[in-house]
Ligand binder design. Structure first.
Ligand SMILES: Cc1cc2nc3c(=O)[nH]c(=O)nc-3n(C[C@H](O)[C@H](O)[C@H](O)COP(=O)(O)O)c2cc1C
Length: 196
């Protein structure tokens, strides 16, 4: 099983990346058959989504889309910018094909300057993954500045929640095995634009 981490921060000393790495360590520590990989947007030269067929992207964008397609489950995280995930994070999910996450389990992490936006996991991140018919792990992990000391994650509560998130991501992924038998999105016919 491959669990792919995705960090939506462009910062070179990213707290988001740090907590995702911790979660991935907990995931791979469970069983030697569990492999992990990480896409960091600070190290990936992704283009902006321009609406083209996702098959035609190349370079780092292609690599990221292929890694997402090949992953069994994801642990994603983003810094909170203006009360929600970063624009760079959203761009990656604009780039992927509509069916790229269908039936995949997604664990969610957010980091913020303060605790004000912890509910953004429920109200901002989860609807994005709902669009893709992915299974989001109930709950999520939110880490704010007060959980770090000199660039290190030191809050025991957050560390335990990361462990729980990683274990639940693996457990649900094994049980669900990327199958989705729920309702598909409705087919909504595109109306031709009427020229005035
Ligand atoms: C443009 C910008 C907007 C931000 N908006 C918020 C916000 O709305 N709420 C919040 O708690 N923190 C906000 N922050 C703080 C970041 O979310 C926080 O520092 C985060 O941990 C940075 O993660 P990183 O180190 O992975 O880049 C903002 C930071 C920036 C640069």
């Amino acid at each position: 099983m491959t669990i792919l981490g995705i960090s939506g921060s462009l910062s070179m000393q990213s707290k988001t990346e740090l907590v995702i790495q911790k979660a991935l360590e907990f995931a791979s520590g469970q069983d030697e058959s569990i492999h992990t990989d990480l896409i960091t947007l600070s190290n990936s030269d992704l283009v902006f989504c321009d609406g083209r067929n996702p098959d035609s992207y190349t370079g780092d964008t292609r690599t990221a889309l292929d890694k997402i397609a090949d992953a069994d489950a994801l642990i994603v995280g983003s810094p909170i910018y203006r009360g929600t995930y970063s624009g760079a994070f959203k761009n990656l999910f604009d780039l992927i094909p509509n069916d790229a996450l269908k039936g995949k389990v997604v664990g969610i992490i957010a980091t913020g300057g303060s605790d004000h936006h912890y509910l953004s996991i429920e109200h901002q991140f989860k609807p994005l993954f709902g669009y893709f018919n992915a299974y989001t792990v109930p709950g999520g992990v939110y880490a704010s500045n007060r959980h770090f000391t000199e660039g290190t994650l030191t809050d025991e509560g957050v560390i335990i929640r990361l462990k729980n998130l990683a274990e639940e991501t693996v457990r649900l992924s094994v049980r669900l095995n990327q199958t989705y038998k729920g309702p598909d999105q409705p087919v909504i016919k595109r109306e031709a634009l009427i020229e005035s």
